[in-house]
Design a protein around this ligand. Structure first.
Ligand code: 16G
Length: 248
């Protein structure tokens, strides 16, 4: 075996299934286990094809999928690299915890607030709750390893959790345990400049650019179950989405 297959292992050991998926899985695991690290270059497609005895079409298909997942990035004329900035799929209903683990990063949060209260007029509008309904609010700084990545302000209706203590490191895990993980969501994205307070929490400069994503999550039965405002550092994130021409 030559260098790259020594890193990611051979495809024969991966059992059945299409070759491109086996190659994809091997590279995905190597990124998750930090065998391949951010900014590391992959060998040219031609070399990969030769090394794994597969066609270039297979290699291209495998890499395309990983670029779509945000794990790899292509640079014009330079090749394919392990993504360094977090490339987040804008159209995927994943959690921060899942996003970071899939990239071999360790998610961590610092609580800014964890409170129970009555819905505000704005929350009652976005969550479709009647005035006076109980909600939980969770405000957090979200870290990847030791780097602060985002500020998140979440409100969920009282019925979605058994208690405020139910939320540990992951809000979605707690909602899922109660059968209330969002099944569908609407998102809105907007550019922001960080205020001095927000910038201090994220260890950046006041006025640095960021992205605000508002997510409204719904259960299968249509009830709103989450309203979250996520402020992402502009220097740490790229948002990617796959588009196609199919009529909707
Ligand atoms: C993501 C979601 C956010 C959700 C959070 C849960 C976006 C834009 N936002 O940050 O709506 O509340 O994940 O993450 O993706 P957790 O389960 O790790 O707490």
């Amino acid at each position: 075996m030559s260098a790259f297959s020594e890193l990611i292992g051979s495809l024969e050991e991966r059992g059945r299934g299409p070759l491109y998926q086996k190659l994809q899985q091997a590279i995905r695991e190597a990124i998750q286990n930090r065998v391949l690290t951010p900014d590391e270059a992959l060998p040219p497609e031609r070399d990969l094809a030769e090394e794994f005895a597969v066609s270039r079409i297979t290699v291209r298909k495998a890499l395309d999928g990983l670029v779509g997942e945000g794990l790899l990035t292509r640079r014009q004329g330079a090749g394919t690299f392990v993504a360094a900035r977090v490339e987040k799929n804008f159209a995927k209903l994943s959690s921060f915890t899942e996003d970071m683990i899939s990239r071999g990063r360790t998610p961590r949060s610092e609580w800014l607030k964890r409170a129970e209260g009555a819905v505000t007029p704005e929350e009652s509008m976005v969550l479709g709750l009647s005035p006076g309904t109980a909600v939980y609010r969770f405000n957090r700084i979200r870290f990847a390893d030791d780097a602060p990545m985002a500020l998140e302000y979440s409100t969920v209706p009282g019925f979605s959790l058994p208690s405020i203590e139910a939320v540990g490191p992951s809000l979605y895990e707690a909602l899922a345990a109660n059968g209330c993980r969002p099944a569908r969501a609407l998102q809105r994205l907007r550019a922001v400049l960080f205020t001095p307070e927000q910038a201090a929490l994220l260890q950046i400069k006041a006025g640095d650019p960021g992205l605000l994503i508002e997510r409204r999550g719904f259960l299968g039965d249509g009830r709103a179950v989450e309203f979250t405002q996520s402020y992402y550092r502009g220097d740490a994130y790229d948002f990617v989405a796959e588009l196609n021409t199919q009529a909707s």
